[in-house]
Design a protein around this ligand. Structure first.
Ligand SMILES: [Zn+2]
Length: 106
């Protein structure tokens, strides 16, 4: 039997702060992406992290694995040779993300 009252707490993909969730999701259309008690929506970053990371950087995230890295806007432009995405969030695969994580910072 289907549980129509399924709810989950939405957690930011960067800080993953479960003490201070961003809100409660009850949208049944999103239910398939719920991950139990806490759910990370890859493109939904909390205001604190937006302020710290996304003002001057671009987050690359793999929505499947949840792996992510934040790089400088200048680095994004240099590497990808394309405009910065609207919300400073782009999807990438694990391989690319890990190669960036392991790169020495400028
Ligand atoms: Zn956050």
């Amino acid at each position: 039997m289907e549980d129509k009252s399924y709810v989950t707490m939405q957690v930011c993909p960067i800080c993953q702060n479960t003490e201070d969730p961003m809100g409660i999701l009850m949208d049944t259309r999103l239910r398939d992406s719920f991950q139990g008690r806490f759910t990370i929506i890859p493109t939904s970053v909390c205001d604190k992290c937006k302020d710290i990371y996304l003002k001057k950087g671009v987050m690359l995230i793999n929505p499947k694995s949840g792996k992510l890295v934040v790089i400088k806007i200048s680095a994004f432009k240099r590497m990808f040779n394309k405009p910065v995405p609207e919300h400073h969030i782009a999807f990438a695969d694990d391989e690319l993300i890990l190669s960036l994580v392991n790169q020495p910072h400028e």
